[in-house]
Design a protein around this ligand. Structure first.
Ligand code: AHR
Length: 525
C-alpha cells in the first residue's frame, strides 16, 4: 500500500511539476508613488542618409512598382504608424554636417556624394518636403540636425526660414512654389552632430562659439510654435562616452549654459552611446551563442552609468533640470553582414536586440527627470533597425516589437518598482537576471514591463500592488527559440509577441516569464 501511495505521489509530481522550476521574484509597485513623466520622445527614431536607410527603406519614388504615396513606401508607413513614433532625427548623423539643404528642394535636384557612407551617389530626391511628407504620413515630429561642420549659420537660418515662416518672404514664396504654402513645424533643432569627431573635430570652446551663433540666429518662425509650450527645442552636441574628454565637453557646455544670456539658449544636450564592446564593431548580429549574448547585454547596461555620470555634471550647472539629456544615437552596433557594403552598416536584428532595447528603454525611464529624448540608431536597414527591406519585401524586427509593446509607456507617469534583480551568470559574466519598470499610462491604468535576461531559466513574478486592487493582468510577451533568433523575409514570425496573462494564486497575481523574454502587461482593477 505504502509503495502504491509513493508511486501515485511520484506520478502526480511528474504530471504537475514544470520541467524547469521557475525562480520566484517578488515585485512590489506602489501606485501612490507615481512621479516623473516618461517623455514619449525617448521612443524617437533616427533616419540618416546612409546605406538603405532612406533610399529603398523609405523612399522608392512615385514611379516605383512598390506601393507608395508620393514616393514613400506604404508598407513602411503602415508599420511605423503602429509605433506612434514621436520624432525622427534627420538627415544625420555625420551626413548632417555635410548636408546642404538647397540640394534637396525644387524640381531639379543636385546629384552629390555621400563621402561618409560608402562614397555613393546622393540623388537628393529625398529632401525637406519628402521628409516632412514622411513625418506627416507616420504622424511624427521633425528633429532636424543642421550643418555646423561644413555649413554656415546663414545657410541654416535660411533653411529654418524656408521651412517655418508664414510671412510672404522670398524663401516662403519659394517653399510655396515647391508645393507647400503653409509653414512646417520643426519640433527639435540639432546644432551639429558629434562636433568633437565627424562633425569637425572641434574643441569644446570652438564648438561653443559656433553653437551660440546658431542658437541665436537659426530661428523657428512658425506662428504656432511661438508659445513656450510649443517652441522648437535646441539641442547642443554633447558627449560620446564617459572618458575625460567627454566629461570635459559636458562640463564646458553646461558651464556656459549656466552663464547664458538672453541672446542664446539650449534646451537639450545630446549624448551618443552605442553598444559595441570593441571598435571596429566585430560582434556578429546573428549566428552567435550565449557568451556573446551575455557580453553584449552586460555592455549595454553601461548606459546607466554614463547617464548617471553626465547627469551629475548637468545637475551642477542646471539643478532645475531645464536642459534635457537627449540620447539621440543608441543601439547595438555589430559587424557588417558578409557581402554588404561596409559603409552601409547593414546588420541583422535578433532577440538579443529586443532585450537590449528593453534594458535601455528602462534605463531612460528610470532617468526620466533628465532623459527626455532618445533616438535609436537607426530606423530602417541601418544598425539596430525597426524594419528591414529588400526591394518590395519588408520585415519588422524583434526591436520593432519592443517599441510597439512599449507604446503605453509614452507620456506615462513613472511608478517605482522594487524587486530582487537576482543574478544570471554565464562563465565569468554576471548580469541582473530581471529588470522591470512600471508606469501609470495616459489611460489611467498601471502598466508593467518585466525582462527576464536569463536565457535558460524561467521566472515566476509575484506582484504586490499597493494602491490598487488588481483582478488580472494581461499583455504580451516576446521571446524566441534562440538568443540569436531573427525574423527574415521568408520566416517573418520567428520573434513575435504572444499573449500572456497573470494568474491569481493565493490571492496574488503571478506572471510566468519565459527565459530571454520581454513582457508588458496592463493591470486590470
Ligand atoms: O549612426 C551612424 C553614425 O554613428 C552617425 O552618423 C554618427 O553620428 C555616429 O558616429
Amino acid at each position: 500500500m505504502r509503495v502504491l501511495l509513493a508511486s501515485l505521489t511520484l506520478i502526480s509530481t511528474v504530471l504537475t511539476a514544470p520541467s524547469v522550476v521557475a525562480q520566484k521574484v517578488q515585485l512590489s509597485v506602489d501606485v501612490s508613488k507615481a512621479g516623473t513623466k516618461i517623455d514619449r520622445n525617448i521612443f524617437g527614431q533616427f533616419a540618416e542618409h546612409l546605406g538603405h536607410g532612406i533610399y529603398d527603406g523609405i523612399w522608392v519614388g512615385p514611379d516605383s512598382t512598390i506601393p507608395n504615396t508620393r514616393g514613400i513606401r506604404n508598407d513602411v508607413v503602415a508599420a511605423l504608424k503602429e509605433l506612434k513614433v514621436p520624432n525622427v532625427r534627420w538627415p544625420g548623423g555625420c551626413f548632417a554636417d555635410e548636408y546642404h539643404w538647397r540640394n534637396g528642394i525644387g524640381p531639379q535636384r543636385a546629384v552629390t556624394l555621400n563621402p561618409n557612407w560608402g562614397g555613393v551617389i546622393e540623388p537628393n530626391t529625398f529632401g525637406t518636403h519628402e521628409f516632412m511628407d514622411f513625418l506627416d504620413q507616420i504622424g511624427a515630429e521633425a528633429y532636424v540636425s543642421v550643418n555646423v561642420g561644413s555649413g554656415t549659420p546663414h545657410e541654416a537660418a535660411d533653411w529654418l526660414e524656408y521651412m517655418t515662416t508664414a510671412q510672404p518672404t522670398t524663401l516662403a514664396k519659394e517653399r510655396a512654389a515647391d508645393g507647400r504654402p503653409a509653414p512646417y513645424k520643426v519640433g527639435y533643432l540639432g546644432i551639429g552632430n558629434e562636433s568633437w569627431d565627424c562633425g569637425g573635430n572641434m574643441t569644446p570652446e570652438y564648438y561653443l562659439d559656433q553653437m551660440k551663433i546658431y542658437s541665436r540666429f537659426v530661428r523657428n518662425y512658425n506662428p504656432e510654435q511661438q508659445d513656450r509650450q510649443k517652441q522648437m527645442l535646441k539641442i547642443a552636441v554633447g558627449p560620446g562616452g564617459g572618458e575625460p574628454r567627454w566629461t570635459e565637453w559636458t562640463e564646458a557646455i553646461m558651464k556656459a549654459y549656466q552663464q547664458h544670456t538672453w541672446s542664446w539658449d539650449i534646451n537639450g544636450l545630446s549624448m551618443h552611446n552605442y553598444t559595441v564592446v570593441k571598435w571596429p564593431p566585430s560582434y556578429t548580429s546573428v549566428g552567435f551563442g550565449e557568451t556573446e549574448y551575455a557580453q553584449i547585454l552586460k555592455s549595454t547596461l553601461d548606459m546607466d552609468d554614463l547617464i548617471t555620470k553626465h547627469s551629475a555634471i548637468m545637475d551642477k550647472y542646471d539643478p532645475e533640470k531645464k536642459v534635457a539629456l537627449v540620447v539621440d544615437e543608441w543601439g547595438g552596433w555589430y559587424a557588417p553582414l558578409p557581402g554588404s557594403n561596409p559603409g552601409f552598416l547593414v546588420q541583422q536584428n535578433s532577440l538579443r536586440d529586443a532585450i537590449l532595447a528593453a534594458l535601455n528603454l528602462n534605463i531612460f525611464a528610470r532617468h526620466a527627470d533628465r532623459v527626455r529624448g532618445a533616438n535609436i540608431a537607426q530606423m530602417i536597414n541601418v544598425l539596430q533597425a525597426m524594419i528591414l527591406t529588400d526591394k518590395e519585401k519588408m520585415v519588422v524586427t524583434p526591436t520593432y516589437y519592443v517599441f510597439k509593446m512599449y507604446v503605453p509607456f509614452q507620456d506615462s507617469t513613472f511608478v517605482p518598482v522594487t524587486f530582487d534583480v537576482g543574478t544570471y551568470t554565464h562563465a565569468d559574466i554576471r548580469l541582473p537576471r530581471v529588470d522591470a519598470i512600471a508606469a501609470k499610462g495616459k489611460d489611467g491604468k498601471l502598466w508593467l514591463e518585466v525582462t527576464n535576461v536569463d536565457p535558460n531559466e524561467p521566472v515566476e513574478i509575484e506582484l504586490n500592488l499597493a494602491g490598487i486592487t488588481a483582478k488580472s493582468a494581461m499583455g504580451e510577451t516576446l521571446t524566441a527559440p534562440k538568443v540569436d533568433s531573427i525574423n527574415t523575409f521568408d520566416a517573418p514570425n520567428t520573434v513575435v509577441p504572444k499573449p500572456i496573462s497573470a494568474k491569481i494564486q493565493g490571492g496574488k497575481l503571478t506572471l510566468q516569464l519565459e527565459p530571454k523574454s520581454v513582457t508588458v502587461v496592463v493591470v486590470e482593477q
